[in-house]
Ligand binder design. Structure first.
Ligand SMILES: Cc1cc2nc3c(=O)[nH]c(=O)nc-3n(C[C@H](O)[C@H](O)[C@H](O)COP(=O)(O)OP(=O)(O)OC[C@H]3O[C@@H](n4cnc5c(N)ncnc54)[C@H](O)[C@@H]3O)c2cc1C
Length: 364
């Protein structure tokens, strides 16, 4: 059977787009792994935060938030940026950066920091709270998209690494490890492999760079209260958030360039994370649990890429979701589907300037 659209990659990007397209088009979702969600999607820190990713990403996060909240995928968390003595100006700069976007950011003094995060060391003197930050049920959201896509007839083919794609008479002839596929359009939702998939299809890569990010789960004493916010150092050198059983998930906020791969944590990054935590709080680390790492993939300007390739007809980019591909997925899928279906943007994303994310900004 010939498909209208073949989507490469069944992570959050491919699954959400498949769910949006399946009621209208014959969709096949091509996934290299045995199960979808094995790479970045299955390795996130699972939060939704409007300031994360910068002002150009915030409209996507905000537009996704209303739907995520309504459907029950978000739960209260709150975030707190913390600053050392002498770094208070960075908090002001963040506030100014988001002043036009209407994100509520509230100043916190030292006493308020103590109340929110008991055990903070003395050099943290000021903070900025972002009360709207939420936890996201990533697995639930991904599963919902896959179910919705399947219900509307999309076919998921796992174990189907794309090997090559050739456009011939207006049709993509795609070779995969599980056999050939034909489709009118080819969507690149391959995460860290986005440039590689473009090359396999004879399309010029954009320069989507995979950057490794490490997560370190720790059991701490005193146990982290479930009500503690996501705590982020204003200079971007670490963050941590509470998890079940008094644990925290800690990250050194690393961004190490990596080839696309099954990312694994480096011992040095884990050690750096723990050192930064110990400089931040007076907690005792009771147990190290198994760290993990994943690849966050960024376009050269760190803004996602949604839209048709400016040169090769029938090739559509849905890549560069960086560190915000979960929290922006609902809005991104609505935009991607509208562009592919040729309609106007639906109400939920109408105020977003979709041209901001078009691949032609990188030239032809
Ligand atoms: C440690 C960490 C923390 C994060 N925290 C957050 C967070 O708190 N909030 C948030 O919103 N985002 C977060 N992110 C970012 C988020 O996880 C990603 O933006 C998102 O998962 C990207 O989804 P994706 O579908 O583009 O990529 P992926 O999930 O990587 O999916 C791409 C898929 O394409 C498949 N593929 C690749 N090449 C081929 C091929 N040739 N043939 C067939 N299939 C192929 C891969 O197997 C893979 O399954 C985090 C990421 C990391 C690593």
């Amino acid at each position: 059977m010939r498909h209208d659209v073949a989507i490469v990659g069944a992570g959050m990007a491919g699954a959400s787009l498949a769910a949006a397209l399946a009621p209208h088009l014959r969709v096949v979702l091509i996934e290299a792994e045995e199960r979808p969600g094995y790479h970045a999607t299955g390795r996130s820190a699972a939060f939704w935060q409007e300031t994360y990713g910068g002002p150009d990403v915030q409209p996507l996060t905000a537009a996704s938030g209303a739907w995520l909240e309504r459907e029950g995928f978000l739960s209260p968390r709150g975030a707190l940026y913390i600053a050392r003595f002498g770094e208070e100006a960075r908090l002001d700069a963040l506030r100014e950066e988001f002043a036009a976007n209407g994100v509520l950011l509230e100043e916190r003094d030292r006493a308020e920091l103590d109340a929110a995060v008991p055990g903070l060391r003395g050099h943290w003197v000021a903070g900025l709270a972002e009360p709207s930050c939420r936890d996201i049920d990533v697995a639930g959201l991904h599963a919902l998209y896959l179910r919705a896509a399947a219900r509307d007839g999309a076919e998921l083919r796992c174990d189907s690494l794309l090997l090559s794609a050739r456009r011939d008479g207006g049709v993509w002839r795609i070779e995969t490890r599980s056999g050939p596929i034909e489709a009118d359009r080819l969507v690149n939702a391959a995460g860290a492999w986005a440039d590689e998939v473009a090359s396999l299809a004879g399309v010029r890569p954009i320069g989507i760079a995979p950057l490794r990010r490490t997560m370190v789960p720790l059991l701490v004493d005193p146990p982290a209260a479930a009500t503690m916010p996501l705590v982020e150092e204003i200079g971007g050198s670490f963050y941590f958030k509470p998890e079940a059983g008094g644990r925290i998930w800690l990250s050194p906020h690393d961004e190490s360039p990596s080839p696309p791969c099954d990312a694994a944590p480096e011992e040095l990054d884990v050690a750096i994370a723990i050192d930064r935590l110990e400089q931040a709080v007076d907690w005792r680390i009771v147990r190290h649990e198994r760290p993990w790492a994943g690849l966050r993939s960024f376009a050269p300007d760190r803004i996602p890429v949604y839209g048709p390739d400016p040169v090769v007809p029938g090739f559509f980019w849905f890549a560069g979701q960086g560190g915000f591909g979960i929290q922006t997925a609902p809005a991104a899928a609505q935009i991607g589907a509208a562009l592919l279906l040729g309609g106007t943007l639906p109400e939920s994303v109408r105020s977003i300037d979709a041209a901001r994310y078009a691949p032609d900004r990188f030239g032809g």
